[in-house]
Design a protein. Structure first.
Ligand code: IFM
Length: 454
C-alpha cells in the first residue's frame, strides 16, 4: 500500500480542535469581565432554545487545567480558541482587566507546557456590550477599537502565540446577527447586514496592520465560512443560479479579501443595500494574509426555480439539519485554489452535531461523527494530492458546548460534557481522532468504511 493510499498527510500537518470563548468559558460576570452582546442576547427571553445561556457553559474558565490535560491525553497538538474581548477589556477599549489577561496567560502557558500550539481567534462574535451601545460594527470607530484590542493582545501574548486570526465567520455576524436576527445583536435589516459585513472586513484590515506593527514574527489570517454551491440539474438556468449563489455568499467574502473587489453581479443586485466604501478600504481589506482559515460544514444545491433546496433526495443530515457531503469540501478547496492566489490554508472548523447518548458502558459510541470526520479528512487529503496547500485541520469542537441560538441542544464535541456535573467523557470519535493524529492520517484500519474500530 503506497503512502497516498494510506491517506498519510504531509509532514508537519497540524491536527487540532477548536472552541470559542462564549461557547465554553462560562464565568460571564466574574473577575471583572464586562457584559458582551451574547450575555445580553441570551439573557433576553425567547432568544435561545430552552432559555439556555452561556453563563456557565462548560465552566472552562474554572477548569482550564483539566481541559488542557484532556487535550494532552488525546494527543491534540494544536488548539484554536478565542479571547473574550470583554473579559480582557470590559468596556471594549482602554483599560485591561488584569484577571482576564491572566486567565489567557495561564491557558497559553499550560498549552505550551503540554506541547500544544495555540491558535487565537480575536473575535468569535462576543462584542463588548459597551461598544454595541455605540453602534457596534456599524460604527467605524469600533473597527479602530478592535485594532487597538488586537494589538494589545499580540503585545501581551505574541511572545508565546504565533498564530492569530482576526474575525471568525464574518458571514454569520452579518447575516445572522443583522439580517435574520437569530444571533446577537438580533437585528433584522438587510442594509445594515451589508454595511456590517464591509465594516468587519475593514476592522480585519486595521487589526492586521496593528498586529504586525506590534509583533513581527506572527502569522495572521482570517476565518471564513464558505458554502460550495452546486446546480440542482444540468440546465443552464440552474448553473447560473448556483454561480450567483456562490458569488453572493462565498465570493462576497473571498473577492474583497483576496482580490480587493466585491463581485459585480452581487453589488449591482444589492442596489441601495450595497455598503458604503471609503477610499482606502479595499487596500486595507486585501492586505496579504499569512494563511486563510476555511470553515466548512455543508454545500448548497440551488435551482433557478426553487432557490436553495431544503431537502436533497437520498442525502444524510446531521442533527443541525445540515447535509453531509464531504466531497464538496474537496471541490471547495480545489475551486478556490484555481480561482484565487491563495496563502496557505487551514480547515479551521469542520465537524458535526449528532444526538449522542451515553450507553451503559459509560461511553458514547458516536460512529456517525467518526464517519463524518473520516470522510472529510479523505476529501481534504485528496485536495492536497491535487495541489491544494492545506496545512492543518481543526475539528469543531473539542467539547460539547453552547451552540448559540440552539443552546445546549446540539452536541458537536469530540468530548461529551454532562452539563449537570461538568464531567468530561471522550467520545469514541475523540479516541479515533487521537489515533489519526498519532498516525498523521488514516491508515487501512482507520479508513475502513465499517465497522469502525476504536
Ligand atoms: O458553533 C459554531 C461555531 O461557533 C462557528 N462555526 C460553526 C459552529 C457550528 O455551528
Amino acid at each position: 500500500m503506497s503512502s497516498s493510499s494510506k491517506f498519510i498527510f504531509p509532514l508537519n500537518f497540524r491536527w487540532g480542535a477548536a472552541t470559542a470563548a462564549y461557547q465554553i468559558e462560562g464565568a460571564w460576570n466574574e473577575d471583572g469581565k464586562g457584559e458582551s452582546i451574547w450575555d445580553r442576547f441570551s439573557h433576553t427571553p425567547g432568544k435561545i432554545a430552552n432559555g439556555d445561556t452561556g453563563d456557565v457553559a462548560c465552566d472552562h474558565y474554572h477548569r482550564v487545567g483539566e481541559d488542557v490535560e484532556l487535550m494532552r491525553e488525546l494527543g491534540i497538538r494544536n488548539y484554536r480558541f478565542s479571547i473574550s474581548w470583554s473579559r480582557v477589556m470590559p468596556s471594549g477599549r482602554g483599560v485591561l482587566n488584569k484577571k482576564g489577561i491572566e486567565f489567557y496567560d495561564r491557558l497559553i502557558d499550560e498549552l505550551l507546557e503540554s506541547g500544544i500550539e495555540p491558535f487565537i481567534t480575536l473575535y468569535h462574535w462576543d462584542m463588548p456590550q459597551a461598544l454595541q451601545d455605540m453602534g457596534g460594527w456599524l460604527n467605524r470607530d469600533v473597527g479602530k477599537y478592535f485594532a487597538d484590542y488586537a494589538a494589545a493582545m499580540v503585545k501581551r501574548y505574541g511572545d508565546r502565540v504565533k498564530n492569530w486570526t482576526t474575525i471568525n465567520e464574518p458571514w454569520v455576524v452579518a447575516h445572522l446577527g443583522y439580517r435574520t436576527g437569530e444571533m446577537a445583536p438580533g437585528v433584522k435589516d438587510e442594509k445594515q447586514c451589508y454595511q456590517v459585513f464591509h465594516n468587519l472586513f475593514v476592522a480585519h484590515g486595521l487589526a492586521l496592520r496593528a498586529m504586525r506593527e506590534a509583533h513581527s514574527d506572527i502569522q495572521c489570517g482570517i476565518v471564513l465560512i464558505l458554502f460550495p454551491t452546486e446546480a440542482a440539474s444540468n440546465s443552464a438556468q440552474d448553473a447560473a443560479a448556483a454561480e450567483y449563489g456562490w458569488h453572493k455568499d462565498s465570493g462576497w467574502q473571498l473577492d474583497p479579501i483576496l482580490k480587493a473587489v466585491y463581485p459585480t453581479d452581487i453589488w449591482n443586485a444589492l442596489g441601495s443595500f450595497a455598503p458604503q466604501v471609503e477610499p482606502g478600504d479595499m487596500a486595507l481589506i486585501s492586505q496579504q494574509l499569512d494563511f486563510l482559515g476555511v470553515n466548512y460544514y455543508f454545500r448548497a444545491v440551488v435551482s433557478a426555480e426553487k432557490g436553495r433546496l431544503e431537502e436533497i433526495p437520498g442525502a444524510c443530515y446531521t442533527d443541525m439539519g445540515w447535509e453531509v457531503h464531504a466531497d464538496s469540501l474537496r471541490q471547495l478547496l480545489e475551486r478556490i485554489n484555481r480561482e484565487y492566489k491563495l496563502p496557505p490554508l487551514y480547515i479551521t472548523e469542520n465537524g458535526a452535531a449528532y444526538k449522542d447518548e451515553k450507553t451503559n458502558d459509560g461511553r458514547i459510541h458516536d460512529a456517525q461523527r467518526i464517519h463524518y470526520i473520516r470522510d472529510h479528512l479523505l476529501a481534504a487529503h485528496e485536495a492536497i494530492q491535487n495541489g491544494v496547500d492545506l496545512r492543518g485541520y481543526f475539528c469543531w469542537s473539542l467539547l460539547d458546548n453552547f451552540e448559540w441560538a440552539y443552546g445546549y441542544s446540539k452536541r458537536f464535541g469530540l468530548v461529551h460534557v454532562d452539563y449537570g456535573t461538568q464531567e468530561r467523557t471522550p467520545k469514541d470519535s475523540a479516541r479515533w481522532y487521537s489515533r489519526v493524529i498519532r498516525r498523521n492520517g488514516l491508515d487501512e484500519v482507520l479508513s475502513l468504511k465499517a465497522p469502525m474500530l476504536v
